[in-house]
Design a protein around this ligand. Structure first.
Ligand SMILES: [Zn+2]
Length: 392
Protein backbone atom coordinates (compact mmCIF):
# COMPACT_ATOMS: atom_id res chain seq x y z
CA UNK A 1 0.00 0.00 0.00
CA UNK A 2 1.27 3.42 -0.89
CA UNK A 3 1.55 5.82 1.99
CA UNK A 4 0.73 8.84 -0.14
CA UNK A 5 -2.75 10.35 -0.12
CA UNK A 6 -3.53 12.00 -3.45
CA UNK A 7 -5.83 14.78 -4.61
CA UNK A 8 -8.22 12.45 -6.43
CA UNK A 9 -8.94 10.70 -3.14
CA UNK A 10 -9.71 13.99 -1.43
CA UNK A 11 -12.05 15.00 -4.27
CA UNK A 12 -13.77 11.61 -4.08
CA UNK A 13 -14.56 11.94 -0.39
CA UNK A 14 -15.44 15.61 -0.67
CA UNK A 15 -18.09 14.59 -3.20
CA UNK A 16 -19.42 11.77 -1.02
CA UNK A 17 -19.47 14.03 2.05
CA UNK A 18 -21.60 16.48 0.12
CA UNK A 19 -23.76 13.73 -1.42
CA UNK A 20 -23.93 10.79 1.03
CA UNK A 21 -26.66 9.15 -1.07
CA UNK A 22 -24.10 8.74 -3.89
CA UNK A 23 -21.76 6.96 -1.52
CA UNK A 24 -24.51 4.57 -0.43
CA UNK A 25 -25.38 3.88 -4.06
CA UNK A 26 -21.80 3.30 -5.19
CA UNK A 27 -20.87 1.39 -2.06
CA UNK A 28 -23.70 -1.06 -2.87
CA UNK A 29 -22.73 -1.29 -6.55
CA UNK A 30 -19.07 -1.89 -5.82
CA UNK A 31 -19.65 -4.32 -2.92
CA UNK A 32 -21.55 -6.59 -5.32
CA UNK A 33 -18.64 -6.56 -7.78
CA UNK A 34 -15.99 -7.76 -5.34
CA UNK A 35 -15.06 -11.20 -6.67
CA UNK A 36 -13.69 -14.27 -4.88
CA UNK A 37 -10.17 -12.94 -5.23
CA UNK A 38 -11.26 -9.87 -3.29
CA UNK A 39 -10.86 -7.46 -6.20
CA UNK A 40 -13.15 -5.57 -8.53
CA UNK A 41 -12.69 -6.06 -12.28
CA UNK A 42 -13.02 -2.61 -13.79
CA UNK A 43 -15.03 -3.86 -16.78
CA UNK A 44 -17.66 -5.26 -14.39
CA UNK A 45 -18.36 -1.87 -12.84
CA UNK A 46 -20.12 -0.39 -15.85
CA UNK A 47 -20.13 3.23 -16.81
CA UNK A 48 -19.01 5.78 -14.26
CA UNK A 49 -20.27 9.32 -14.94
CA UNK A 50 -17.71 11.91 -16.01
CA UNK A 51 -18.54 13.94 -12.90
CA UNK A 52 -17.17 11.06 -10.80
CA UNK A 53 -13.88 10.73 -12.68
CA UNK A 54 -12.03 10.56 -9.38
CA UNK A 55 -13.93 7.32 -8.59
CA UNK A 56 -12.55 5.78 -11.79
CA UNK A 57 -9.05 6.82 -10.81
CA UNK A 58 -9.51 5.47 -7.29
CA UNK A 59 -10.67 2.10 -8.66
CA UNK A 60 -7.53 1.89 -10.77
CA UNK A 61 -4.99 3.27 -8.35
CA UNK A 62 -6.36 2.75 -4.85
CA UNK A 63 -8.76 -0.16 -5.20
CA UNK A 64 -7.54 -2.11 -2.19
CA UNK A 65 -8.04 0.84 0.15
CA UNK A 66 -11.46 1.55 -1.34
CA UNK A 67 -12.60 -2.06 -0.90
CA UNK A 68 -11.31 -1.98 2.67
CA UNK A 69 -13.46 1.06 3.38
CA UNK A 70 -16.52 -0.42 1.68
CA UNK A 71 -16.26 -3.64 3.71
CA UNK A 72 -15.70 -1.69 6.92
CA UNK A 73 -18.64 0.60 6.26
CA UNK A 74 -21.02 -2.24 5.29
CA UNK A 75 -20.00 -4.27 8.35
CA UNK A 76 -20.56 -1.32 10.67
CA UNK A 77 -24.00 -0.77 9.20
CA UNK A 78 -24.93 -4.46 9.46
CA UNK A 79 -23.89 -4.42 13.11
CA UNK A 80 -26.04 -1.38 13.65
CA UNK A 81 -23.03 0.77 14.45
CA UNK A 82 -22.77 4.22 12.99
CA UNK A 83 -19.99 6.73 12.83
CA UNK A 84 -19.49 8.94 15.83
CA UNK A 85 -20.43 12.57 15.24
CA UNK A 86 -16.79 13.56 14.79
CA UNK A 87 -16.21 10.68 12.39
CA UNK A 88 -16.66 11.05 8.66
CA UNK A 89 -16.08 8.78 5.72
CA UNK A 90 -12.86 10.68 5.00
CA UNK A 91 -11.57 10.49 8.56
CA UNK A 92 -12.25 6.75 8.62
CA UNK A 93 -10.44 6.25 5.31
CA UNK A 94 -7.45 8.22 6.56
CA UNK A 95 -7.42 6.31 9.82
CA UNK A 96 -7.52 2.94 8.04
CA UNK A 97 -4.56 3.85 5.85
CA UNK A 98 -2.24 5.90 8.09
CA UNK A 99 -0.74 8.00 5.30
CA UNK A 100 2.59 9.75 5.81
CA UNK A 101 2.42 12.10 2.84
CA UNK A 102 -0.34 14.22 1.30
CA UNK A 103 0.04 15.30 -2.32
CA UNK A 104 -2.83 17.74 -2.76
CA UNK A 105 -1.60 20.08 -5.51
CA UNK A 106 -4.05 21.73 -7.92
CA UNK A 107 -7.13 20.07 -6.47
CA UNK A 108 -9.44 23.07 -6.74
CA UNK A 109 -10.60 24.82 -9.86
CA UNK A 110 -10.58 28.62 -10.01
CA UNK A 111 -13.47 30.10 -8.02
CA UNK A 112 -14.37 26.76 -6.45
CA UNK A 113 -14.93 26.30 -2.71
CA UNK A 114 -11.34 25.59 -1.74
CA UNK A 115 -11.75 25.04 1.98
CA UNK A 116 -9.60 22.16 3.13
CA UNK A 117 -11.45 19.44 5.07
CA UNK A 118 -10.32 19.49 8.70
CA UNK A 119 -9.86 15.69 8.61
CA UNK A 120 -6.61 15.99 6.67
CA UNK A 121 -4.96 17.86 9.55
CA UNK A 122 -5.80 15.14 12.05
CA UNK A 123 -3.51 12.47 10.63
CA UNK A 124 -0.77 11.95 13.19
CA UNK A 125 1.80 10.36 10.87
CA UNK A 126 1.98 12.91 8.09
CA UNK A 127 5.52 14.15 7.40
CA UNK A 128 4.97 15.87 4.10
CA UNK A 129 2.08 18.06 2.96
CA UNK A 130 1.90 19.66 -0.46
CA UNK A 131 -0.85 22.18 -1.24
CA UNK A 132 0.54 23.97 -4.30
CA UNK A 133 -1.69 25.78 -6.83
CA UNK A 134 -4.89 25.77 -4.79
CA UNK A 135 -5.77 29.49 -4.56
CA UNK A 136 -5.62 29.25 -0.76
CA UNK A 137 -6.04 32.62 0.95
CA UNK A 138 -5.57 31.24 4.45
CA UNK A 139 -4.02 28.29 6.18
CA UNK A 140 -6.27 26.75 8.87
CA UNK A 141 -5.03 26.86 12.46
CA UNK A 142 -5.47 23.07 12.38
CA UNK A 143 -2.08 22.88 10.64
CA UNK A 144 -0.67 22.92 14.21
CA UNK A 145 -2.10 19.43 14.76
CA UNK A 146 0.49 17.93 12.39
CA UNK A 147 3.17 17.55 15.01
CA UNK A 148 5.42 15.33 12.87
CA UNK A 149 5.25 17.53 9.77
CA UNK A 150 8.67 18.07 8.20
CA UNK A 151 7.85 19.62 4.84
CA UNK A 152 5.04 22.01 3.89
CA UNK A 153 4.66 23.26 0.30
CA UNK A 154 2.34 26.24 -0.16
CA UNK A 155 3.75 27.45 -3.46
CA UNK A 156 1.39 29.35 -5.80
CA UNK A 157 -1.44 30.30 -3.50
CA UNK A 158 -2.82 33.65 -2.29
CA UNK A 159 -1.41 33.71 1.21
CA UNK A 160 -0.58 36.93 3.04
CA UNK A 161 1.47 37.23 6.21
CA UNK A 162 -1.59 37.35 8.47
CA UNK A 163 -3.15 34.31 6.78
CA UNK A 164 -0.40 32.03 8.10
CA UNK A 165 -1.36 31.20 11.71
CA UNK A 166 1.01 31.15 14.64
CA UNK A 167 -0.08 27.55 15.25
CA UNK A 168 2.26 26.56 12.39
CA UNK A 169 5.04 26.98 14.95
CA UNK A 170 3.62 23.96 16.83
CA UNK A 171 5.03 21.84 13.99
CA UNK A 172 8.35 21.62 15.76
CA UNK A 173 9.92 19.24 13.23
CA UNK A 174 9.17 21.41 10.20
CA UNK A 175 12.39 21.89 8.26
CA UNK A 176 11.15 22.91 4.80
CA UNK A 177 8.58 25.59 4.08
CA UNK A 178 7.83 26.64 0.50
CA UNK A 179 6.02 29.96 0.19
CA UNK A 180 6.97 30.98 -3.35
CA UNK A 181 4.46 32.90 -5.45
CA UNK A 182 2.00 34.05 -2.82
CA UNK A 183 0.98 37.58 -1.74
CA UNK A 184 3.51 38.00 1.02
CA UNK A 185 5.31 41.29 1.59
CA UNK A 186 7.46 39.68 4.31
CA UNK A 187 7.73 36.43 6.19
CA UNK A 188 5.73 35.88 9.40
CA UNK A 189 7.86 36.93 12.36
CA UNK A 190 7.28 33.72 14.31
CA UNK A 191 9.33 31.77 11.76
CA UNK A 192 12.37 33.27 13.48
CA UNK A 193 11.45 31.22 16.53
CA UNK A 194 11.39 27.92 14.65
CA UNK A 195 14.94 26.55 14.90
CA UNK A 196 14.02 23.38 13.00
CA UNK A 197 13.50 25.36 9.77
CA UNK A 198 16.37 24.85 7.35
CA UNK A 199 14.82 25.88 4.04
CA UNK A 200 12.30 28.66 3.45
CA UNK A 201 11.48 29.54 -0.16
CA UNK A 202 9.68 32.84 -0.63
CA UNK A 203 10.55 34.13 -4.08
CA UNK A 204 8.03 35.50 -6.53
CA UNK A 205 5.76 37.11 -3.98
CA UNK A 206 3.72 40.01 -5.24
CA UNK A 207 5.10 42.84 -3.14
CA UNK A 208 8.07 41.08 -1.72
CA UNK A 209 10.96 43.08 -3.12
CA UNK A 210 9.09 46.35 -3.02
CA UNK A 211 8.62 45.94 0.71
CA UNK A 212 12.20 44.86 1.18
CA UNK A 213 13.72 47.92 -0.41
CA UNK A 214 11.21 50.38 0.98
CA UNK A 215 11.72 49.44 4.64
CA UNK A 216 15.32 48.38 4.57
CA UNK A 217 16.47 51.96 4.04
CA UNK A 218 13.98 53.73 6.29
CA UNK A 219 14.26 55.13 9.76
CA UNK A 220 12.99 53.15 12.74
CA UNK A 221 9.81 55.23 12.98
CA UNK A 222 8.69 54.07 9.56
CA UNK A 223 9.16 50.42 10.33
CA UNK A 224 6.39 50.57 12.93
CA UNK A 225 3.10 51.05 11.16
CA UNK A 226 -0.13 51.73 13.12
CA UNK A 227 -3.01 49.53 12.00
CA UNK A 228 -6.63 50.56 12.09
CA UNK A 229 -8.34 47.53 10.72
CA UNK A 230 -11.76 47.36 9.14
CA UNK A 231 -11.83 43.62 9.45
CA UNK A 232 -15.22 42.79 10.92
CA UNK A 233 -14.87 39.05 11.41
CA UNK A 234 -15.15 39.57 15.16
CA UNK A 235 -18.67 40.98 14.77
CA UNK A 236 -19.79 37.40 14.34
CA UNK A 237 -18.96 36.73 17.98
CA UNK A 238 -21.94 36.82 20.26
CA UNK A 239 -21.64 39.52 22.90
CA UNK A 240 -21.09 39.07 25.72
CA UNK A 241 -18.80 36.19 24.76
CA UNK A 242 -18.91 32.96 26.71
CA UNK A 243 -16.52 31.84 29.41
CA UNK A 244 -15.29 29.26 26.90
CA UNK A 245 -14.40 32.09 24.52
CA UNK A 246 -12.31 33.97 27.09
CA UNK A 247 -10.59 30.74 28.14
CA UNK A 248 -9.75 30.04 24.50
CA UNK A 249 -8.41 33.58 24.09
CA UNK A 250 -6.15 33.00 27.06
CA UNK A 251 -4.84 29.72 25.62
CA UNK A 252 -4.17 31.36 22.24
CA UNK A 253 -2.28 34.20 23.95
CA UNK A 254 -0.16 31.67 25.85
CA UNK A 255 1.15 30.47 22.46
CA UNK A 256 0.68 27.00 23.86
CA UNK A 257 0.53 23.89 21.68
CA UNK A 258 -2.95 22.99 22.93
CA UNK A 259 -3.38 20.40 20.16
CA UNK A 260 -0.69 18.29 21.73
CA UNK A 261 -1.80 18.67 25.33
CA UNK A 262 -4.02 16.03 26.89
CA UNK A 263 -5.30 18.58 29.43
CA UNK A 264 -7.54 20.00 26.71
CA UNK A 265 -10.60 18.02 25.67
CA UNK A 266 -10.97 17.40 21.94
CA UNK A 267 -14.09 19.56 21.73
CA UNK A 268 -12.15 22.44 23.29
CA UNK A 269 -9.27 21.95 20.85
CA UNK A 270 -11.76 22.10 17.98
CA UNK A 271 -13.32 25.26 19.39
CA UNK A 272 -9.99 27.05 19.91
CA UNK A 273 -8.91 26.11 16.41
CA UNK A 274 -12.17 27.41 15.01
CA UNK A 275 -11.82 30.87 16.56
CA UNK A 276 -8.02 31.06 16.27
CA UNK A 277 -8.06 33.31 13.22
CA UNK A 278 -10.12 35.94 15.08
CA UNK A 279 -7.02 36.94 17.01
CA UNK A 280 -3.76 38.74 16.53
CA UNK A 281 -1.04 37.61 18.91
CA UNK A 282 1.47 40.21 20.03
CA UNK A 283 4.88 39.04 18.99
CA UNK A 284 6.45 40.67 22.03
CA UNK A 285 4.12 40.24 25.03
CA UNK A 286 2.04 37.37 23.54
CA UNK A 287 -1.27 39.08 24.25
CA UNK A 288 -4.09 37.78 22.07
CA UNK A 289 -6.27 40.62 20.75
CA UNK A 290 -9.36 40.49 18.58
CA UNK A 291 -8.91 41.55 14.98
CA UNK A 292 -10.87 44.77 15.50
CA UNK A 293 -8.41 45.99 18.14
CA UNK A 294 -5.91 48.47 16.63
CA UNK A 295 -2.28 47.43 16.80
CA UNK A 296 1.02 47.88 15.02
CA UNK A 297 2.72 46.17 12.14
CA UNK A 298 6.46 45.92 12.67
CA UNK A 299 9.00 45.24 9.94
CA UNK A 300 12.37 43.79 10.83
CA UNK A 301 15.19 42.30 8.77
CA UNK A 302 17.32 39.28 9.30
CA UNK A 303 20.63 39.34 7.54
CA UNK A 304 21.61 36.65 6.82
CA UNK A 305 18.68 34.22 7.18
CA UNK A 306 19.08 30.58 6.13
CA UNK A 307 21.68 31.39 3.54
CA UNK A 308 19.93 34.49 2.19
CA UNK A 309 20.69 38.13 2.74
CA UNK A 310 18.23 40.78 3.85
CA UNK A 311 15.02 38.87 4.55
CA UNK A 312 12.12 40.98 5.86
CA UNK A 313 9.82 39.74 8.62
CA UNK A 314 6.51 41.13 9.74
CA UNK A 315 5.26 41.06 13.33
CA UNK A 316 2.09 42.25 15.02
CA UNK A 317 2.42 44.26 18.24
CA UNK A 318 -0.38 45.25 20.63
CA UNK A 319 1.14 48.59 21.67
CA UNK A 320 3.79 51.08 20.59
CA UNK A 321 5.98 49.92 23.48
CA UNK A 322 5.79 46.29 22.32
CA UNK A 323 6.46 47.45 18.75
CA UNK A 324 9.60 49.34 19.82
CA UNK A 325 10.73 46.43 21.96
CA UNK A 326 10.64 44.31 18.82
CA UNK A 327 12.00 46.79 16.32
CA UNK A 328 14.90 48.44 18.13
CA UNK A 329 16.92 45.31 19.02
CA UNK A 330 16.24 43.87 15.54
CA UNK A 331 17.47 47.08 13.91
CA UNK A 332 20.57 47.19 16.11
CA UNK A 333 21.27 43.60 15.13
CA UNK A 334 20.82 44.51 11.48
CA UNK A 335 23.21 47.47 11.77
CA UNK A 336 25.78 45.36 13.64
CA UNK A 337 25.49 42.65 10.97
CA UNK A 338 25.93 45.26 8.23
CA UNK A 339 29.02 46.70 9.97
CA UNK A 340 30.45 43.22 10.32
CA UNK A 341 29.82 42.59 6.64
CA UNK A 342 31.52 45.91 5.73
CA UNK A 343 34.54 44.97 7.82
CA UNK A 344 34.75 41.56 6.15
CA UNK A 345 34.51 43.20 2.74
CA UNK A 346 37.23 45.73 3.57
CA UNK A 347 39.45 42.93 4.85
CA UNK A 348 38.82 40.96 1.67
CA UNK A 349 39.78 43.94 -0.51
CA UNK A 350 42.86 44.53 1.60
CA UNK A 351 43.92 40.89 1.32
CA UNK A 352 43.39 40.93 -2.44
CA UNK A 353 45.53 44.05 -2.77
CA UNK A 354 48.29 42.44 -0.72
CA UNK A 355 48.27 39.37 -2.94
CA UNK A 356 48.33 41.57 -6.04
CA UNK A 357 51.28 43.59 -4.77
CA UNK A 358 53.13 40.44 -3.77
CA UNK A 359 52.67 38.96 -7.22
CA UNK A 360 53.76 42.12 -9.02
CA UNK A 361 57.01 42.26 -7.03
CA UNK A 362 57.70 38.55 -7.59
CA UNK A 363 60.75 37.91 -9.81
CA UNK A 364 59.20 34.73 -11.09
CA UNK A 365 57.19 34.73 -14.28
CA UNK A 366 54.97 31.87 -15.29
CA UNK A 367 53.93 33.02 -18.73
CA UNK A 368 56.63 31.04 -20.47
CA UNK A 369 55.73 27.82 -18.66
CA UNK A 370 51.93 28.08 -18.67
CA UNK A 371 50.27 29.62 -21.70
CA UNK A 372 46.81 29.37 -20.06
CA UNK A 373 47.64 32.19 -17.62
CA UNK A 374 46.22 35.32 -19.17
CA UNK A 375 46.87 38.91 -18.25
CA UNK A 376 43.37 40.32 -17.79
CA UNK A 377 44.42 43.69 -16.42
CA UNK A 378 46.51 44.91 -19.30
CA UNK A 379 46.54 44.55 -23.06
CA UNK A 380 48.76 41.81 -24.38
CA UNK A 381 52.34 43.01 -24.64
CA UNK A 382 54.60 42.28 -27.60
CA UNK A 383 56.78 39.23 -27.02
CA UNK A 384 59.82 41.39 -26.89
CA UNK A 385 58.47 43.61 -24.11
CA UNK A 386 59.15 42.98 -20.45
CA UNK A 387 56.63 40.51 -19.08
CA UNK A 388 53.84 41.96 -16.83
CA UNK A 389 51.74 38.84 -16.31
CA UNK A 390 49.46 38.62 -13.29
CA UNK A 391 48.40 35.30 -11.94
CA UNK A 392 44.64 35.35 -11.88
ZN1 LIG B 1 2.18 43.38 23.34
Amino acid sequence: MSDIFYGFELLLFKRFLAHPEQWVEWRGNLAEKINDAGVIEIEDVGEIPQSLWFLSVALHKRQRALIQLIKYDVKREQEGKFFRSSETLLSKYLHLNQFTEFQLDSIFKYGEDNRLPSEIFSCPNVRKLSLKYNGLDYLPADIGRMSLLESLALTNNKLQVQSIPYSLSFCSKLNTLLLDNNLLDALPGFLLQMPSLKTVHRHGNHNYFKATFMWYHTDVHYRIIPLTTNNDKSKDILQPASLEFWAAKSVIGAKKDFFNDSVFANTLKDYISEIYSLFHICHYCSRACLYNVPGFKVITFKNPYLGNTCVPFQHWACSIDCARALEVPARNEQIAAACELDLKYEQYIHDCQEVYRGQRSSPLCVCSSDSSVVNLSRPKQPDTAKCTCVIS
